[in-house]
Write a protein that binds this ligand. Structure first.
Ligand SMILES: Cc1cc2nc3c(=O)[nH]c(=O)nc-3n(C[C@H](O)[C@H](O)[C@H](O)COP(=O)(O)O)c2cc1C
Length: 203
């Protein structure tokens, strides 16, 4: 069965436009890839702890030597890496906050970027351990960043996912939400159409 992993990071949950774009994409992918198992996270509801020294130390311990306390610290990282490893399709819902990804998504990335689990150091440099798979990144912005100069967010996401081994990345974007003449619904629909996704479900 195909596994679709969706990670939303908008602070407004279902009201976030990035989450709505990601949700509508998921609906269309599900109709095109049935049967599909859909795992969906809203990071704004999950209170994922920031990495701290104790957790980072536990990252480098061998499994046999882990204390119960360390196992508990590693539990979120273990779970998120396991989900990511098994996902055939990955969707990230990503708003732009202060020219960057939300801190909740950075926190998720910090938990899944783990030496020996999702990448490893070799004599020739670091190598991603995750198999490549289709990844869609659904971005919402109040302004416009398509000139690239302020697009740190896309460059960062492409770089970190490539680092882990995920190279097949497609960006879907809705921009100018702060001053849009078109409704968010229409912007979402157009974004799906531009990506060729709408044909999957007559939108
Ligand atoms: C704290 C905060 C910071 C923001 N920073 C930016 C920004 O740097 N650039 C931009 O274009 N829009 C910015 N916006 C507008 C959001 O990108 C816009 O509201 C978008 O819809 C957020 O995505 P969401 O609806 O998925 O939460 C910001 C909004 C908030 C709440």
């Amino acid at each position: 069965m195909t596994i679709l992993l969706q990670i939303n990071s908008g602070m407004k949950g279902d009201q976030s436009f990035s989450s709505q774009l990601a949700d509508q994409l998921a609906v269309r992918l599900k109709s095109a890839n049935a049967p599909i198992r859909h795992i969906r996270h809203d990071l704004c509801d999950e209170s994922l702890p920031h990495l701290n020294n104790a957790t980072f130390d536990a990252f480098s311990c061998s499994e046999e030597t882990l204390t119960e306390e360390q196992k508990a610290l590693l539990a979120p990282s273990d779970r998120y890496i396991d989900e990511l490893r098994h996902a055939d399709i990955l969707i990230l819902g990503v708003p732009m906050y202060n020219f960057m990804i939300p801190s909740t998504l950075k926190c998720w990335i910090d938990h899944v970027t783990r030496a020996g689990k999702s990448f490893q150091f070799t004599d020739t440099g670091p190598v991603g351990l995750l198999e490549d798979r289709q990844c869609y990144i659904c971005i919402a912005r109040g302004g416009f960043s398509s000139d690239g100069a302020t697009d740190l967010m896309k460059n960062y996401l492409r770089m970190i996912l490539n680092f882990l081994g995920i190279k097949n990345i497609e960006f879907l974007e809705i921009e100018g939400l702060a001053q849009a003449k078109d409704t968010p619904d229409l912007l979402i629909k157009n974004s799906l159409k531009t990506a060729g996704i709408s044909i999957l479900e007559g939108a």
